[in-house]
Design a protein around this ligand. Structure first.
Ligand SMILES: [Fe+2]
Ligand SMILES: [Fe+2]
Length: 130
């Protein structure tokens, strides 16, 4: 069952980034399925984490090449998200994952990061003149 879905409210106005966000949502759903089916989510979580590392790198490159004004604070937020991802991984390995916390985090990521923070670069970079 897909718990998380991409819809136009998550549109950042950059096709490549929208596609990557859709892939992130797909990978999040695989993790959610594993958790729901009481299967160890470590493998699917690592796939998600690896993809997200690459996505953040590409997003940062995109913002850099469009002279985005809030690049440095956006990079800090990416770092914080990855630190949180690492903490969840640690608790999975230790066997004390709080699944509600994990889902709250993933929901926050979609709602406040993609919707709020990523959409801002979309708006600003759309008007970028090289
Ligand atoms: Fe993003
Ligand atoms: Fe981002």
């Amino acid at each position: 069952m897909s718990q998380f879905e991409w819809d136009d409210s998550l549109n950042v106005g950059v096709d490549r980034m929208n596609e990557q966000h859709q892939q992130i949502i797909h990978l999040i759903n695989v993790v959610a399925d594993d958790v729901e089916n009481n299967e160890n989510p470590l493998g699917s979580f690592d796939k998600l984490a690896n993809y997200v590392v690459r996505h953040f790198q590409e997003e940062e490159k995109y913002m850099e090449s469009h002279n985005y004004s809030s690049l440095s604070s956006h990079k800090i937020i990416h770092k914080q998200l990855l630190a949180r991802v690492g903490q969840f991984r640690d608790s999975m390995v230790a066997g004390d994952l709080n699944t509600e916390d994990l889902f709250a985090f993933l929901r926050m990521w979609l709602k406040s990061h993609i919707k709020g923070i990523d959409q801002r670069y979309g708006i600003e970079c759309a008007n970028f003149q090289p």
